[in-house]
Design a protein around this ligand. Structure first.
Ligand SMILES: Cc1cc2nc3c(=O)[nH]c(=O)nc-3n(C[C@H](O)[C@H](O)[C@H](O)COP(=O)(O)O)c2cc1C
Length: 120
């Protein structure tokens, strides 16, 4: 959301998981990193947490900060924490998938319907 400056102190994720690919084993993990990320996020939600996959990461800065050896490729980061806001799923109207907040601060997330996703 362009008019949102980002989370304030106290709203920021309380934990991050950095997903690494071990290049000594392979450099092609197909979609396994995505399956692992989704499994971790679903487990977190079951436990009452919220999370987000973050692919937009300053990888070299993160590598330097945590001293991550070159052997490991930084694939993506999962942010985890207690959800600070109420989120509702809406149906997409006229193709508009932009998130928005209403006057009460409820976060609306439009999603395409199952019928729109299944072809044939
Ligand atoms: C591989 C991948 C990378 C992502 N990277 C980012 C990111 O860097 N920043 C971000 O705000 N959302 C990112 N997202 C999107 C969020 O993780 C999340 O999937 C998206 O907000 C949809 O969440 P929703 O189901 O609550 O709408 C990424 C998603 C995926 C699958």
């Amino acid at each position: 959301m362009k008019d949102w400056p980002g989370p304030e102190d106290g709203e920021r994720p309380s934990a991050y998981i950095i997903q690494l690919g071990d290049l000594d084993l392979t450099n092609d993990w197909w979609c396994d990193d995505g399956i692992a990320a989704q499994s971790m996020l679903l487990t977190a939600v079951e436990a009452g947490f919220g999370g987000c996959i973050i692919g937009s990461v300053q990888r070299e800065r993160l590598r330097d900060l945590l001293d991550i050896p070159d052997r490991y490729k930084i694939i993506q980061v999962l942010a985890l924490g207690l959800p600070a806001e109420e989120v509702v799923i809406d149906e997409v109207v006229k193709g508009d998938i932009k998130y928005w907040r209403d006057k009460k601060g409820v976060h609306h997330v439009p999603k395409r319907s199952l019928g729109d996703l299944i072809i044939g």
